[in-house]
Design a protein around this ligand. Structure first.
Ligand code: GLY
Length: 302
């Protein structure tokens, strides 16, 4: 274990095999974006924001551009960032028409007296501070239009409009040279969700948590169940109780599975630079640095 440390995830779920190469390239690029900053002495907050922005800008992931469509064919985004030094956080929920919700979340944390902004108020604040706004069309990719039509047909056939569990949320956790930890998570949520639905990602303790006394965690998976066990806070509580980062990640996923039957994944960093990750879905895309300094990206973790 050594400082700094960074782990990045591109979501847990059943990632189609033809998309694995793009996930690997995208997670590697996100890791490099964060790691370059950490090596230059930047803060953990800067690193997790940069890593998550990289994935928001990459249309392969369900975050920012390329996000899933809701039941009326629109994109609503959730994101959170948390500073383990102060326990300060910023989050946005169900916001439309911005490219980088993680940056909006950080600006809310640092420049306002609030923690969470939602919907049109979040977008209005983004516009006010000059963040890049975009149309629904600019965020939408053909893959998700096809998926939306499939969901529409299935809903009509079954008279069932339930959202589909696509778990491609992205996230990053880091500890910098000064020993400060941070976490960030961003998502388009689950496909065919009802307009206004908010998942676990922007909920503090569920989608992410960071505390210099223990470490940081970022979760991915089916939000309605993740929020019941406050998954990321559970993982950092396991760190505080003395578990390693790997054991804390595994234990958190065990709780998710055994207590509420949830599916998902989590990445964890402890305050000393130990890292861990676990999932109970078929795949999870994770990037980290190995002991010999190589960037390792995995889609399936044994
Ligand atoms: N974990 C992402 C969501 O459920 O919205």
């Amino acid at each position: 274990m050594s400082l700094p440390a960074l782990v990045v995830h591109g979501g847990a779920g059943d990632i189609p095999s033809q998309e694995h190469p793009e996930y690997i390239v995208g997670c590697r690029a996100a890791f490099e974006a964060g790691w370059t900053l950490l090596e230059q002495g930047a803060s953990a907050l800067d690193a997790v924001e940069a890593a998550v922005r990289s994935m928001e800008d990459n249309p392969i992931f369900d975050a920012g551009v390329g996000s899933v469509l809701n039941s009326v064919g629109e994109i609503e985004l959730d994101a959170i960032i948390m500073d383990g030094a102060t326990l300060g956080l910023g989050a946005v929920a169900a916001v439309r028409g911005i490219a980088n919700p993680v940056t909006l979340a950080r600006r809310i944390m640092e420049n306002t007296s609030h923690s969470v902004l939602v919907g049109s108020g979040a977008r209005r604040y983004a516009e006010q501070i000059g963040l890049r706004l975009c149309s629904q069309a600019e965020l939408t990719v053909p893959r998700e239009v096809t998926r939306y039509r499939e969901h529409q047909q299935a809903a009509e056939a079954q008279k069932d409009g339930r959202a589909q569990a696509i778990f491609d949320t992205v996230g990053a956790v880091a500890v910098d040279r000064a020993g400060n930890v941070a976490a960030a998570t961003s998502t388009g949520g689950i496909a065919f969700k009802l307009p206004g639905r908010v998942g676990d990602s922007p909920l503090v303790g569920s989608g992410a948590y960071a505390d210099n006394w223990s470490g940081a965690a970022s979760a991915t998976g089916y939000g309605e169940l993740i929020m019941r066990v406050v998954l990321s806070k559970a993982a950092t509580d396991f760190l505080a109780a003395g578990l390693t980062a790997q054991a804390a990640a595994e234990r958190a996923i065990q709780v998710l599975h055994e207590r509420v039957g949830g599916e998902g994944g989590i990445i964890v960093v402890d305050r000393n630079g130990g890292v861990g990750f676990a999932h109970n879905t078929p795949h999870m895309a994770v990037a980290r640095r190995t002991a010999d300094g190589q960037i390792e990206v995995r889609i399936r973790i044994p």
